[in-house]
Design a binder for this molecule. Structure first.
Ligand SMILES: [Zn+2]
Length: 149
C-alpha cells in the first residue's frame, strides 16, 4: 500500500489525555490529533500524527459470515492491538496502527503484509468454516435419519 511507504509517527503530548503519547486517531478530541482522511473504493484511512486506522470493506455473503467475523475479530483483537475488536462504522474490519506496529522496517513490512493479506485470510477461513459446517450437517442428518421409524 502506498500509505506505508513513507509512514512515520511522532509521539505527542495530548492535553486532554495527560501528556502521554495517547493514540490521537482514537482520542480525536484535541487539535494535535487532527485527522487526515483518505477514502478509497474499498478502504478508509484515518491518519494522525502518532497513529492511524485503516478500515476495510469485506464482502460478507450471509449472516453466518457476519457472526463468524464478529467472533473472529473479538478473538484476534484480544491477541493483537493491530486488529480492532469493533470495526469503524460502515466497515467490516479496522486495523489500528501506531509506532509499535511500524517500529522497524521488518515490523512495518509485516504489518503491511498482514493488512494486505487479510481479505484472503478471511476468505480462506470462511471456506474452511463452511466445509466444517457442511460435514456437521451431513453427519447430523445421517444420525437423525438413522433414528427415523
Ligand atoms: Zn488528544
Amino acid at each position: 500500500m502506498e500509505f506505508f511507504k513513507d509512514l512515520e509517527f511522532k509521539p505527542i503530548e495530548c492535553p486532554k489525555r495527560g501528556g502521554i503519547d495517547f493514540p490521537c486517531v482514537i482520542c480525536q478530541q484535541c487539535e494535535i490529533g487532527e485527522v487526515e482522511v483518505i477514502l478509497e473504493e474499498d478502504f478508509l484511512i484515518e491518519k494522525t500524527v502518532n497513529s492511524a486506522i485503516i478500515s476495510m470493506l469485506l464482502k460478507l455473503e450471509d449472516e453466518f459470515e457476519e457472526v463468524l467475523l464478529g467472533r473472529f475479530l473479538q478473538s484476534l483483537g484480544s491477541k493483537t492491538s493491530l486488529v480492532m475488536k469493533k470495526p469503524m462504522e460502515g466497515y467490516q474490519v479496522s486495523f489500528f496502527i501506531d509506532q509499535n506496529a511500524i517500529a522497524s522496517p521488518e515490523k512495518k513490512r509485516k504489518t503491511e503484509t498482514f493488512i494486505q493479506d487479510f481479505t484472503n485470510m478471511w476468505k480462506s477461513a470462511m471456506t474452511k468454516a463452511k466445509s466444517v459446517l457442511n460435514k456437521w450437517e451431513r453427519d447430523v442428518v445421517q444420525d437423525v435419519t438413522n433414528r427415523l421409524p
